[in-house]
Design a protein around this ligand. Structure first.
Ligand SMILES: Cc1cc2nc3c(=O)[nH]c(=O)nc-3n(C[C@H](O)[C@H](O)[C@H](O)COP(=O)(O)O)c2cc1C
Length: 157
């Protein structure tokens, strides 16, 4: 029997979603989109709310039911980088899903930011998990995407 995998992702404008769908197809994983409890409508609305959350240390919450992570051995976590980090509603979802000792493959999309803060955040949210093969997709790194898929293919074989 193959290992059970899931791609859990957040995406407002579809960039992260494309990668999430591609991974789910290639690696036969379940695909679950995580929505914020309160939707971020326009770009301006999102920028304003996220800045306010940051200034007040406020955490947005997930509007998606938490999955039973004990079903999965590999969890892909995909998200857009917001204010240099993992969107707080996605953090809420990760924290409350209690991933335990699973293997996490994080991927993010961004305009320019690095993934360093996000990886630190994920480590804090999932202290018992192994974080493997993180990948940041943006204009600069898009050409490394096939190489990342190739590495994942041998890892998951
Ligand atoms: C509220 C908000 C904050 C963002 N903050 C950053 C940031 O700090 N650094 C960055 O490189 N891109 C930032 N972006 C751009 C997104 O990370 C980028 O467009 C991403 O690919 C969008 O993914 P999506 O289409 O899956 O939603 C931000 C976008 C929004 C809406």
């Amino acid at each position: 029997m193959g290992r059970k995998r899931v791609v859990l992702y957040a995406s407002r404008t579809g960039t992260t979603q494309k990668i999430a769908q591609d991974l789910a197809n290639r690696f036969e994983a379940d695909l679950i989109k995580v929505f914020p409890h309160k939707e971020y409508r326009s770009f301006a609305n999102a920028i304003m709310r996220v800045a306010k959350e940051k200034a007040t240390n406020e955490q947005a919450t997930s509007g998606t039911e938490f999955c039973d992570s004990s079903d999965y051995e590999i969890i892909f976590l995909g998200f857009p980088i917001w204010a240099g980090d993992v969107p707080t509603y996605f953090q809420d979802h990760i924290l409350n899903s209690e991933f335990g000792g699973t293997t996490i493959v994080p991927f993010a999309t961004s305009a320019f930011s690095s993934m360093a803060n996000s990886i630190r955040t994920i480590k804090q949210l999932c202290p018992g998990s192994r974080i493997m093969y993180p990948f940041l997709y943006n204009r600069k790194t898009a050409n490394q995407y096939p190489g990342w898929l190739y590495k994942l293919k041998s890892f998951l074989a």
